[in-house]
Ligand binder design. Structure first.
Ligand SMILES: *Cc1c(COP(=O)(O)O)cnc(C)c1O
Length: 395
């Protein structure tokens, strides 16, 4: 058995929490590929179903491999409870279904993941839940958007792709002053770099698909928070509606968590080097990276995050044509919108992730045609730089 010592540091939690060794004495976490569980007697079955006795019943409710992942991530985020989901979007859906009801209102930062916007605008509205959007760095705008029926503030920080930051502590104070919950999508930083619950947030959601796996292999998500809201309300939605994590994927994420802190430090260190180099390149107009003193929220980044993270965005001179030329001149970087992989990826947000916005909306969001986003992987920085340099030098 592996009891959790509350004094353990993050790296130790990431490796040691959650695995309850079976009588086979396996060293690595086993995959429990089973949909149901057996009872010793009719009376035991009855006690489990009645909730009088703890234990597994059916894998839509609990599975030991999935639970190991949940316990590990909860310990890393510093939350009482975690429930794993089939994807990051399932985590956000289950959070909203578990914690909101018809007539409630949500205030969200504008620059959130595209599917989250669609979930809020197209689907939650059908069930009588309205969302207002604000600039994530503008605290007075958040406050002005709060109505008597507002129950939740939702923020993703740093933002994608411009790496603007939301002040988690200020937003938590604001939420609590208005009887609201603060939900933070911690996908970009992970608990290795940012711990929203310690800053006052109530719930953390994750796309495990990104850095928690870190190697682009599986889809998953998680919700972390207290035993009532997450352990009862969000879990209730999951066990009933069913977008739960598979034990195979949970095993992949368990292994991913073991190296998370090391990987996030390496992603960050490489991104910092690249950002500094890009800032000095004559073809580059502006670099967006919280680790640069030129970032308008550099001080907040230092206070709120352990490191600036792996996402760097930059504007090249010459608009879309120049940006596409830089992207098409790469030979190693992957041209894909995904992130959080060992492989460095490069994207033109204006024509992909933000392609459905009108030119006016894009301008308002600060996403120009010359903008390129790089999610820095773990290849040698020198090679990533060389791959970008070819196109940039030709401009
Ligand atoms: C990818 C992503 C999601 C959605 O996660 P999936 O696992 O793709 O469903 C949510 N939030 C952020 C910030 C993401 O990057």
């Amino acid at each position: 058995m592996n009891e959790f010592d509350p004094e353990w540091e993050l790296a130790t939690r990431a490796i040691r929490v959650g695995h309850h060794r079976t009588p086979e004495m396996e060293h690595s976490e086993p995959i429990f590929a089973t949909s149901s569980f057996v009872f010793g007697s009719a009376a035991e079955a009855a006690a489990r179903f009645a909730g009088d006795e703890p234990g597994n019943i059916y894998a839509r409710f609990t599975n030991p491999t999935v639970r190991a992942f949940e316990q590990r991530l909860a310990a890393m985020e510093g939350g009482e409870c975690c429930v794993a989901t089939a994807s990051g979007m399932a985590a956000i859906l289950a959070t909203c279904m578990g914690l909101l009801q018809q007539g409630d209102h949500l205030v969200s930062s504008r620059s959130i993941f595209g599917s989250t916007t669609v979930l809020f605008d197209k689907y939650l509205t059908r069930f009588g839940i309205q969302t207002s959007y604000v600039d994530l760095a503008d605290i007075p705008a958040w406050e002005a958007a709060i109505r008597p029926e507002t129950r939740m503030l939702f923020v993703e920080t740093p933002s994608n792709p411009l790496t603007a930051l939301g002040d988690i502590r200020a937003l938590a104070d604001l939420a609590h002053a208005h009887d609201c919950l603060l939900v933070v999508d911690n996908c970009f930083c992970t608990p290795a770099l940012q711990r929203p619950l310690a800053l006052g947030a109530d719930v953390v959601v994750h796309s495990a698909t990104k850095y928690l796996d870190g190697q682009g292999r599986a889809l998953g998500g998680a919700v972390v928070g207290d035993a009532q809201r997450v352990g009862e309300e969000v879990f209730g939605v999951l066990r009933t509606a069913g977008p739960t994590m598979s034990p195979f994927n949970a095993w992949i994420f368990l292994k991913g968590l073991e190296t998370l802190e090391l990987r996030m430090q390496a992603h960050s260190a490489a991104a910092q080097q690249l950002a500094e180099w890009l800032e000095g390149h004559p073809a580059v107009e502006r670099v967006y990276y919280p680790g640069l003193p030129s970032h308008p929220q550099h001080e907040l980044a230092k206070r709120q995050q352990k490191a600036p993270g792996g996402i760097v965005a930059f504007d090249v001179r010459g608009g879309r044509e120049a940006a596409w030329q830089v992207i098409d001149s790469t030979r190693m970087l992957s041209i894909t919108a995904n992130l959080g992989d060992t492989k460095t990826t490069i994207t033109h947000p204006a024509s992909t992730t933000h392609g459905r916005l009108s030119e006016e909306q894009r301008q308002a969001a600060g996403i120009g045609q010359g903008l390129i986003r790089v999610a820095v992987g773990l290849e040698a920085v020198k090679d990533i730089q060389k791959d970008l340099q070819r196109g940039l030098d030709a401009l």
